[in-house]
Design a protein around this ligand. Structure first.
Ligand SMILES: [Zn+2]
Length: 216
């Protein structure tokens, strides 16, 4: 079972990917983590990526696609995967399609989590994440029991420093410009499933399972 999750920042993709990952026993793969791991482990692609990062440049699409491809061949992904936050542009989606097509393992579904701008901004600004287990918290709706520590493992939570309203608005604009065209790309391929994500986590999870019931 192979899935891609799309949605504005703050739409809850990461949280829902964790829910589906636990239910199906397939890994949740994010580009950020894949890149960090490759650099840490010093793989050939990790070393190549490092040269761009050291110069403060973005890692080019070609390297990212090969890195994700490599990650998808790890043993834990043999039954499938959930890609969360990889395709930011149509060229990346095309490259992924090619890689999966060659392996004879096309995507089963692309889930699009829908929220409005106001919700996105409110959600992102109150958010913090546990660097150890990736659990997310929100100061308003799901605060940790102890002010700044993860409920599961006691790790100090991290808050992204760049997340003020103006930066978030800019991120939303970038999303609309670069990532929104992916919706048409996947709708054409008949794999797109829209989920209304303006609701508590459990409700959105139920909607997600409902949208995927024919492929699960
Ligand atoms: Zn944790």
């Amino acid at each position: 079972m192979r899935f891609v999750f799309l949605g504005l920042p703050g739409a809850g993709k990461g949280t829902q990917a964790r829910v589906l990952s636990e239910r199906l026993g397939i890994p949740q793969i994010s580009t950020g983590d894949t890149l960090r791991e490759a650099v840490q482990e010093g793989t050939a692609l990790g070393i190549e990526a490092r040269t761009f990062m050291d110069r403060g440049e973005y890692v080019p699409d070609g390297i990212m696609v090969r890195m994700v491809d490599e990650r998808l061949h790890d043993a834990d992904a043999s039954k499938g995967f959930i890609l969360d936050g990889f395709q930011r542009t149509v060229p990346q989606a095309r490259a992924l399609e090619e890689v999966l097509g060659q392996a004879g393992t096309p995507l089963d579904a692309v889930v699009q989590f829908l929220i409005g701008d106001v919700t996105a901004i409110r959600r992102i600004i109150g958010r913090s994440t546990c660097p150890a287990c990736k659990r997310t918290y929100h100061q308003e709706w799901s605060p940790p029991a102890d002010d700044s520590l993860c409920d599961a493992d006691g790790t100090p939570l991290e808050k992204r420093s760049d997340e003020d309203a103006l930066t978030v608005k800019r991120r939303l604009a970038v999303y609309r410009e670069q990532t929104q065209p992916l919706e048409a790309f996947y709708a054409e391929r008949d794999v797109l499933r829209a989920v209304d994500a303006e609701a508590p986590v459990a409700v959105v999870s139920a909607r997600m399972f409902d949208a995927l019931r024919d492929v699960l």
